[in-house]
Structures are given as C-alpha cells and as structure tokens.
Design a protein around this ligand. Sequence first.
Ligand SMILES: CC(C)(COP(=O)(O)OP(=O)(O)OC[C@H]1O[C@@H](n2cnc3c(N)ncnc32)[C@H](O)[C@@H]1OP(=O)(O)O)[C@@H](O)C(=O)NCCC(=O)NCCS
Length: 172
Amino acid sequence: MIDYRFAFATPADVPALALLIERAYRGPEAAKGWTNEAEILTGPRSSPEEIAGLIADPEARFLVALDGDRPVACALLKRHGTGAYFGMFAIDPAVQGGGLGKLMMTRADAAVRELWNANYLRLSVISLRDQLIAWYERRGFVQTGQHEPFPFDSSPGALRTDFHLTVLQKAL
Ligand SMILES: CC(C)(COP(=O)(O)OP(=O)(O)OC[C@H]1O[C@@H](n2cnc3c(N)ncnc32)[C@H](O)[C@@H]1OP(=O)(O)O)[C@@H](O)C(=O)NCCC(=O)NCCS
C-alpha cells in the first residue's frame, strides 16, 4: 500500500474534500462500487459551505489521508458527549478495496482519544445498507438499537423514503 500521510484538513482543503466526497458517494465512479447509494439518493452529499463550516468548528476535525498533497480519504470526527461521532467517511473510488478504509478507522479511533479523550465512537448508516453495516460490525461496532430519521427535508434527491439511519457504536 502507498505510504499515506494523515493530517487534519485546513480551509485550503475544502475544494478537494468536496470533490472527494461527491466522487465517493454519488458520482459515476461510486456507482460501480459495492457501497454506492445511486438507487437510494441522488443530488449532492455535501457542499463546500458545509465542509468549511465543519473545519472551522473547534469541536470537529476532518481526518484526511494524503497521497503526496492529494487527499484520497476523509472522515469527519465530531465531539459527542464523552465520545465522538464519525461521519462523511469517503475513500477515493480509485483506491477503494485496498485497505485504506480500515487504516482510516484505526487512525480515527486514535485521533478522537487523543483530541477529546473519547470513550466511544458513534456513527449512523442508511438502514438499507446491510453490507456497509456488516463492514462496520467487522470493525467492532455494534448496533445500538437506536434509529434516527433520515433528513429528507435537506435531501431532495431521495428516490425512496422507506428507510432511516441505524446507529452503531463501539467502545474505545
Ligand atoms: C465504505 C468505504 C469507506 C470502505 O473503504 P475501503 O478502503 O474500500 O475499505 P477497505 O479496503 O479497508 O476494506 C474493504 C472491505 O470491503 C469489503 N468488500 C469489498 N467488496 C465488497 C462487496 N462487493 N460486498 C461487500 N463487502 C465488500 C471487503 O470484504 C473488505 O472488508 P473485510 O476486510 O472486513 O472483509 C469505501 O468503500 C467508501 O468510501 N465508500 C463510499 C462512501 C461510503 O459509503 N461511506 C460510508 C458511509 S456510512
């Protein structure tokens, strides 16, 4: 595997992160992958404004993996109670399946412990995405039994509405 460098994003990374997130979740390259959500959601996953706001938030960080100067993976880490929330997880479609996702999870665990002394990591996944939920379970997450409503109001590109967000958590 390439020797990736890990860092927290700065405002200069906003355009590259916005592009990476769209390519990983919604673009034609994502549609070829096993995690694609093309049959569930269309339209943008995020926006440069949302990403810039999160980078400016003192209670949040974007962990990025860099190949040279180019971000090839990102994950949002956000303080949440005594733990942390993990989200906007995206691996460049060109390097998916090469182990970088697993490496990012390990880095994320270490980062939230170091930043906030977090004692859990929490995330939410679209309830229809069984294979992705299984991927997180193999990384030590368990389903909490909690569900959250999907934000359909801010996601006009939803193609169906028969799902919610499944909350998973792992102790650190
Ligand atoms: C989900 C994602 C982060 C995984 O990252 P990655 O770098 O591709 O993952 P890795 O290479 O570390 O691991 C590959 C894993 O995928 C699994 N996998 C590969 N193809 C698969 C398929 N067709 N069906 C199910 N699992 C598959 C492998 O079995 C392996 O898991 P294992 O080691 O536990 O067996 C990445 O695919 C991604 O960015 N997806 C798009 C955005 C997204 O869905 N983010 C998560 C939102 S909650």
